[in-house]
Design a protein around this ligand. Structure first.
Ligand code: CP
Ligand code: NVA
Length: 311
């Protein structure tokens, strides 16, 4: 059975730990799981971090990344998502994709399973999830604290794709979770049930100060995610008062770390002073995207990547 990675809880907590341990190794100490193999990287949306992190992770594993813009392959316009996946699996040992609609990834993975070609599909961000980011986030917290168990993360902002994967990863890593979001932008009951099954009961509030009180980590993301541009004005109004700024940081632990997946909008979800200030770990987080992807791909592919063409 091919293991796909559409969200972080496609891994067990123990498997996430294995991924993190591989990510903590140097490139030289990581088996060349993709030696002489190809990796397809399909992007239906823009990227500054994920593309570079994944390309270099593939290179570090001895593989050859092929960057493919969504418009080139035209998922469901030029041909079906299923046919795109089957085609890419003729050449590549892994298909990584950033998609508009999470269901595209589900269909690509199902097409691979039906064909029995053993090429994993990896989510590089969808409207629902961003698992590679979550691995980098937990990696960043481990580097700061040694261990995550028992620590409290307060997320201030939209309960979006980044939050869903982050919350799942934190629950799987023994952390406590708080979330502050305006009415209408918080988690669904299904989201909360899922996180509870993974081991954490999320404390949800509409008050950022309540969420931040004494927290070990503060996390935020943009108020307007890619694809939500038509809602931008409404969202900016709804999220007024949800900026991670100096007064909010002062309510958290004196040693709080501030995380943001980036891109950041200074003066909206985070103040410039906090983003560039002494509590911020955002640049370590960005760098860790590459190590996290190397760990994820090395774990997923094992010592010898299946499928694809040996170059
Ligand atoms: N954090 C993140 O995924 O950044 P990009 O959208 O630039 O890849
Ligand atoms: N929530 C953001 C994350 C960007 C990395 C988005 O989906 O646009």
């Amino acid at each position: 059975m091919t293991r796909h990675l559409l969200d972080i809880d496609d891994l067990s907590a123990g498997e996430l730990e294995e991924v993190l341990r591989i990510a903590e190794r140097s490139v030289a100490d990581t088996p060349k799981a993709l030696a002489g193999k190809g990796a397809a990287l399909v992007f239906e949306k823009p990227s500054a971090r994920t593309r570079s992190a994944t390309e270099l992770a593939v290179f570090g594993l001895g593989g050859h990344p092929v960057y493919i813009q969504g418009s080139e392959v035209g998922i469901d316009s030029r041909e079906t998502a299923e046919d795109v996946a089957r085609t890419l699996a003729c050449y590549h040992s892994v298909i990584c994709a950033r998609v508009v609609d999470h269901r595209t990834l589900v269909r690509m993975a199902a097409a691979i399973d039906t064909a029995g070609v053993g090429v994993p599909v990896v989510n590089l961000l969808s409207d629902l999830a961003h698992p590679g980011q979550a691995v980098a986030d937990v990696l960043t917290m481990r580097q700061r604290w040694g261990a995550t168990r028992g620590r409290t993360l307060a997320y201030v902002g939209d309960a979006n794709n980044v939050w869903r994967s982050l919350a799942a990863a934190c629950a799987m890593s023994g952390m406590s979770l708080r979330l502050a979001a305006p009415e209408g932008y918080g988690p669904s009951p299904a989201d909360l049930d899922r996180i509870a099954r993974l081991g954490a009961v999320v404390e949800v509030t509409t008050d950022p100060a309540e969420a931040a009180a004494g927290a070990d980590a503060l996390y935020t993301d943009v108020w307007v995610s890619m694809g939500q541009e038509p809602e931008a004005a409404d969202r900016r109004k709804a999220f007024e008062g949800f900026t991670v700024d100096e007064p909010l940081v002062a309510r958290a632990s004196s040693e709080v770390i501030v995380l943001h997946c980036l891109p950041a909008h200074r003066g909206e979800e985070i103040s410039a002073g906090v983003l560039e200030g002494p509590h911020s770990v955002v640049w370590s987080q960005a760098a860790n995207r590459m190590h996290a992807m190397r760990g994820l791909l090395a774990w997923l592919l094992g010592d010898d990547a299946p499928g694809g063409v040996v170059l």
